[in-house]
Design a protein around this ligand. Structure first.
Ligand SMILES: NC(=O)c1ccc[n+]([C@@H]2O[C@H](COP(=O)([O-])OP(=O)(O)OC[C@H]3O[C@@H](n4cnc5c(N)ncnc54)[C@H](OP(=O)(O)O)[C@@H]3O)[C@@H](O)[C@H]2O)c1
Length: 407
């Protein structure tokens, strides 16, 4: 009897393993970050629907990556920085990969159906590009990829290889509001912005802003890079560019409105005057679960918004003078070519320098403006051109940061 039960349990386990093998595979790039952790929370609610094929991180939070590996036991683990890779102990069946090549291998693996791109900065570009080329669904949180390489990425999507579903909450909202509508009926896309922690701060007071003050976002709990971008409103500028590429809408039809409560995640204005909005609590698990399950809606674990307890919803125009990076993003998009690539690279460098306390808050736009001033834009129509432009802009930004630091 005991023997029979044992062999029954064994074959049951084998069956479970076989069933798991046939579930759609998810590769999660940036698993230790804010979006990455929330993606695993959603997947945890749907263990019978998805299998985690790969977990990838850079190497900054190895203890957390270890916990995630122990919990999800993926066949692949990627540590971006090879020097950190010794710090992990893996089950015998798990393969360890490193570097950007490792990220690409994980993103293009045969078992991978969905790639959640939740890494930060332009580091995501190559893996997203290769995943789309292999026909994968990319659930894109990593907006810098589209800002820097929008044309290259969208050319692939237009060719019908791969599928891009936005995870950025504003773009997920627009994607949902546009569903079933024709683009010719759209008058404006309205991106909402919380306004960040310095919404009402004067330009003079911004000179005294420290990294810790800028990292205290009033609505969202996010990684450091996007939190600083939210404080400067560059995040909204990057999102304007992201929306242009995702929905193929002219920049003059993309507007930003400040909505401090963060309840409406964005809106579409149609020709007939109708405005469709997507609302909900400010919680990334909603757009993450939407992108994973699309076109089906999955449970996200999020408590729905209680409309009777909802604060009054307010809206105001953004102040382009106090937040010049938003204006620069619109300008870069209008100039086109590699200018948004340069904008993104300069901004990444400036944010890093601000967090390291090398430059002040008002110097963030100075670095970006300095790089864009003499920028010679070329068509951003290949991965190589985009990468070259990115490197060039980084070099220029580095020089400017040095000049600022030494002055
Ligand atoms: N957080 C949000 O609520 C939110 C909302 C909308 C959009 N987004 C976008 O989603 C992306 C991720 O944001 P986040 O807030 O989750 O960032 P985060 O908390 O800083 O996490 C970033 C993740 O990327 C990894 N990473 C860092 N440098 C990398 C590199 N060079 N190559 C590959 N991976 C690298 C990190 O690994 P280590 O931990 O090992 O360093 C970490 O897993 C960003 O593009 C952001 O704009 C975020």
């Amino acid at each position: 009897m005991t023997l029979k039960l044992l062999s029954f349990n064994k074959s049951r386990k084998a069956m479970n393993e076989m069933e798991k093998e046939t579930l759609p595979g998810v590769t999660l790039l940036g698993s230790t970050g804010s979006v990455g952790r929330q993606t695993l929370e959603v997947i945890d609610l749907h263990r019978n629907r998805f299998q985690v094929v790969a977990l990838a991180a850079w190497g900054g939070h190895m203890d957390l990556l270890q916990e995630q590996v122990n919990r999800f036991r993926p066949p692949l683990v990627v540590v971006g920085d090879p020097s950190k890779a010794q710090g992990i102990s893996l089950p015998s069946e798990t393969q360890l990969l490193t570097g950007i090549e490792g990220m690409v291998k994980a993103a293009t693996h045969t078992k991978t159906k969905v790639v959640v791109a939740a890494m930060v900065g332009i580091s995501g570009l190559t893996a997203v590009y290769e995943a789309l080329k292999m026909g994968k669904r990319v659930a894109l949180a990593n907006k810098e990829t589209l800002v820097a390489g929008g044309q290259v990425i969208m050319n692939l999507v237009k060719k019908g290889t791969g599928e891009l579903i936005p995870v950025d909450s504003e773009h997920s909202a627009l994607f949902q509001c546009l569903m079933g509508h024709s683009k010719k009926d759209v008058k404006h896309l309205w991106l909402t912005a919380s306004g960040g922690p310095f919404l009402d701060l004067s330009s003079e007071d911004m000179t005294n802003v420290s990294p810790s003050m800028a990292l205290a976002h009033p609505v969202w709990n996010m990684g450091p890079k996007i939190t600083i971008d939210s404080a400067t409103l560059m995040n909204k500028g990057l999102e304007v560019i992201e929306a242009h590429w995702l929905f193929s809408i002219d920049p003059s039809h993309i507007r930003v409105v400040i909505h401090p409560q963060g309840v409406i995640h964005s809106l579409v204005e149609f020709k007939d005057g109708a405005l469709l909005a997507q609302m909900g609590p400010p919680d990334m698990r909603v757009p993450i679960s939407y992108a994973l399950g699309f076109p089906e809606r999955l449970k996200s674990g999020v408590k729905p918004l209680d409309l009777t307890r909802c604060p009054p919803l307010t809206f105001q125009e953004p102040d382009f003078k106090r937040f010049p990076l938003l204006h620069l993003a619109y300008e870069a998009l209008k100039m086109g070519g590699t200018t948004p690539t340069a904008l993104n690279a300069a901004n990444e460098m400036a944010v890093e320098a601000f967090l390291a306390e090398k430059i002040t808050f008002p110097q963030l736009p100075q670095v970006v403006e300095g790089v864009l001033k003499d920028w010679q834009s070329t068509p951003a129509d290949s991965l190589e051109t985009v990468k070259e432009a990115d490197q060039d802009a980084r070099y220029k930004a580095q020089k400017l940061i040095k000049q600022i630091t030494n002055s």
